[in-house]
Write a protein that binds this ligand. Structure first.
Ligand code: PLP
Length: 378
């Protein structure tokens, strides 16, 4: 830090210049985040100083958090869900498994997750001292329930299913996992960090949420397809006892207890989430998801013309192209200032079609992809 301060205009100028180094979202097909909705940004700014580390002081903001949880709960068939807004899907997944562990009282707990699960579960296992068992997938890259059964034993405390996998956007058979969970009296967590604000708005219906008896908790992230500001994920429990299992007493605050992982935490992104939910409503999200899925179909058609097979028929707004040498293709695209990711199982170029993308952007991208792959433009 310098001894004396710097003029505001100079500071802002430094910030502006540094931000130029960031990639604008228009070139990003690798992220599950997007540009926040302008109203979310306004609401975020309005609540910038709020701290839900002490909800007694910020009781209005706390009320908004309750409304967000109820709105998500009602969307996901648990209008009386209990939970709170976390800093991201990672925190929600850690806290879900923490609740399962605390309720189980087992000395050597293990959790069965799909091989396709997000790496946040590896962090959760490390932090919580839980053994992770990774169940294999079927040919469509959904978890294989038979493998889940085989891995479950007397020390298993929870099963995890993914509704919208990070790699392929695939949806696990949550109803079948729920049958296994109920038959062994196990906690079932559904990680819908990505899919929670996509799947309810698809034309096809899926059983993936609290409508399925046996689902104990869900992660759903408004800072992904919800177009809210970062950081906003929600952890939802069907039963109050799960939230209570996370309680820590907080003797020196105006509030006496917390069930969050973070202490000081912003209310700004909670206000942003409330604003965007209220403003868009279910019909607004339906429009966003329908538009993204149309763009996915457009890429799918172009891939067919180019003779590129897909890893799976897209289920949500993620499409994976089985090009030769995906790493090399991603590198060549980066030279043209496109940011895509690659996956290893199956080997493919992964494109996430988020709301910041348009037909025009994707046409330019596809032209570059054709060039990179050596396919002549029509
Ligand atoms: N779960 C899934 C399915 C995800 O796709 C992601 C991130 O992409 C996460 C959890 C972690 O979310 P975050 O990066 O917000 O912690």
């Amino acid at each position: 830090m310098d001894e004396t301060g710097t003029a505001e205009s100079k500071v802002l100028n430094i910030l502006h210049n540094i931000k130029e180094k960031d990639v604008p979202f228009e070139r990003v097909l690798s992220s599950m985040c997007t540009m926040p909705h302008p109203l979310a940004v306004k609401a975020h700014t309005e609540f910038i100083e709020t701290n839900l580390g002490d909800p007694t002081v910020f009781s209005g903001t706390k009320e908004l958090e309750g409304r967000v949880i109820t709105m998500l709960g009602s969307l996901l068939h648990a209008p009386n869900a209990h939970g709170y807004v976390t800093a991201g899907g990672t925190e929600s997944n850690i806290q879900a498994l923490r609740a399962a562990r605390n309720l189980s009282g087992k000395a050597h707990p293990n959790v069965v997750i799909p091989e396709s699960a997000h790496f946040s579960f590896d962090k959760a296992a490390d932090v919580l001292g839980i053994e992770l068992r990774k169940a294999s997938l079927d040919e469509e890259f959904r978890v294989d329930p038979a493998s889940v059964e085989v891995l479950t034993d007397k020390n298993t405390i929870a099963l995890v299913g993914i509704a919208g996998t990070t790699g392929l956007g695939q949806i696990d058979p949550i109803d079948v996992l729920a049958e296994i969970a109920l038959s062994h009296d196990l906690f079932l967590h559904v990680d819908a960090a990505f899919g929670g604000l996509v799947i309810p708005f698809l034309d096809k219906e899926y059983s993936f949420d609290f409508k399925v008896q046996g689902v104990s908790s869900m992660t759903v992230d408004p800072h992904k397809m919800g177009t809210s500001t970062i950081p906003s994920s929600a952890l939802l429990f069907r039963d109050r006892a799960c939230l209570d299992a996370l309680t820590t007493s907080t003797p020196y605050l105006a509030s006496r207890a917390q069930h969050t992982l973070a202490g000081t935490r912003t209310g700004a992104s909670i206000a942003a989430t409330y604003a965007v939910f209220k403003y868009l409503g279910r019909s607004g999200y339906k429009r966003i998801v329908t538009r993204c899925m149309k763009l996915v179909s457009m890429i799918e058609q172009e891939a067919a013309v180019m003779g590129i097979p897909l890893a799976i028929q897209p289920v949500t707004n993620v499409i994976a192209l089985r090009v030769n040498s995906p790493e090399e293709v991603a590198f060549r695209l980066k030279e043209r200032n496109w940011y895509v990711s690659t996956i290893f199982e199956p080997k493919a170029l992964r494109l996430v079609v988020m709301p910041h993308l348009t037909e025009e952007i994707l046409n330019t991208f596809l032209d570059d992809l054709k060039d990179v792959l050596g396919v002549a433009k029509c």
